[in-house]
Design a binder for this molecule. Structure first.
Ligand SMILES: [Zn+2]
Length: 248
C-alpha cells in the first residue's frame, strides 16, 4: 500500500483538529490518506494510552484514512534524534506519500515545534540513498511538506474550503471522548467528573475550533476553512483553480 497524503501528528487528535476537514475532503476526491501519530499521548492529563489508541483509530475511520499508525517518540519530551528520524524515514519509504502534512515550526506545546523539525528532517533524509535505516523501502522524498495550524496562528499560504467535509471532521473529533468536550452529549458523563478538565476538554475550546475555521473560511468566501503554511511557494498550473468561489 502506498499513500498520496501522510498527515503526521505530534499527539493523537492534533491532526484531526487542525486539518481533519482537508483530509476527509481529499479522501472524497480519491486520495489515499494515512495518519501517523508520533506519540501515543501517554503524558496527557486525561485518558489512557489504550483509550487514545482506539480513539485515534476511530477518528481515522471517520475521515476515511487508509491507515493509522503510531511511533513512540515520547509524549511530553518528543525526541528528535537519529532513532526517531530512522523510524519516520522507514514509514516514509514504506508508505511513499507524495505529500506530507505536519505541524508548524513553533507552537505553544514544545512537542509541536520538535515534531516539525523531525518531519522536515525525515522527509529530506528519506530521499538520500546512503541514509540506511531498518526496513526494505527504497529512498523516497515527498514532493511537498505543508504545515497545518494548531494553537499559534501564522500567516497561511493557502486555505482549504472544508465546508463539505466539516461533518466528517466533527465525527472524527467525537471519537476523542477522553480528550475533547463532546458537544453532542454522548460522552463525558461520569468520566468528565472523574478526570480533571484541561484546556482542550472545555466547551470554550470547541467554540474556538469552530471560530477559527469560520474565520479562515470567511477569508476565502467559504463557511469553514483550514489554513496551511508552506516553506516554498505553491506551483499552480491552472490560475482559475485558485479563484475563491464565494468572494465577490
Ligand atoms: Zn499536540
Amino acid at each position: 500500500m502506498t499513500l498520496d497524503i501522510l498527515a503526521i501528528s505530534p499527539h493523537p487528535d492534533d491532526v484531526e483538529l487542525a486539518c481533519g476537514g482537508t483530509l476527509a475532503r481529499a479522501v472524497e476526491s480519491g486520495a489515499r490518506v494515512g495518519l501517523l501519530h508520533l506519540t501515543r499521548g501517554e503524558a496527557g492529563t486525561r485518558g489512557t494510552v489504550e483509550e487514545r489508541k482506539s480513539e485515534a483509530e476511530c477518528a481515522g475511520r471517520a475521515l476515511g484514512a487508509e491507515s493509522v499508525e503510531f511511533l513512540d517518540c515520547g509524549d511530553g519530551a518528543l525526541r528528535t534524534g537519529a532513532a526517531e528520524e530512522d523510524a519516520l524515514i522507514e514509514v516514509l519509504r514504506r508508505l511513499r506519500p507524495e505529500m506530507v502534512l505536519g505541524p508548524a515550526a513553533s507552537d505553544r506545546h514544545p512537542d509541536h515545534g520538535r515534531a516539525h523539525r523531525l518531519v522536515e528532517a525525515a522527509c529530506f533524509y528519506a530521499g538520500l540513498a546512503k541514509r540506511k535505516v531498518p526496513g526494505r523501502g527504497e529512498p523516497h522524498r515527498p514532493a511537498a511538506v505543508f504545515h497545518y495550524m494548531l494553537h499559534d496562528t501564522f500567516e497561511p499560504r493557502f486555505v482549504i474550503d472544508v465546508t463539505s467535509s466539516w461533518n466528517k471532521k466533527m465525527a472524527a473529533l467525537a471519537c476523542y471522548q477522553s480528550q475533547l468536550y463532546q458537544s453532542t452529549g454522548q460522552s463525558g458523563g461520569s468520566r468528565d467528573e472523574r478526570e480533571p478538565e484541561t484546556k482542550v476538554s472545555s466547551p470554550e475550546y470547541w467554540l474556538a475550533v469552530e471560530g477559527r475555521a469560520r474565520h479562515y473560511g470567511l477569508l476565502i468566501g467559504a463557511e469553514f476553512g483550514e489554513p496551511f503554511g508552506s516553506r516554498l511557494p505553491l506551483a499552480v498550473s491552472d490560475l482559475m483553480s485558485v479563484l475563491p468561489r464565494g468572494l465577490r
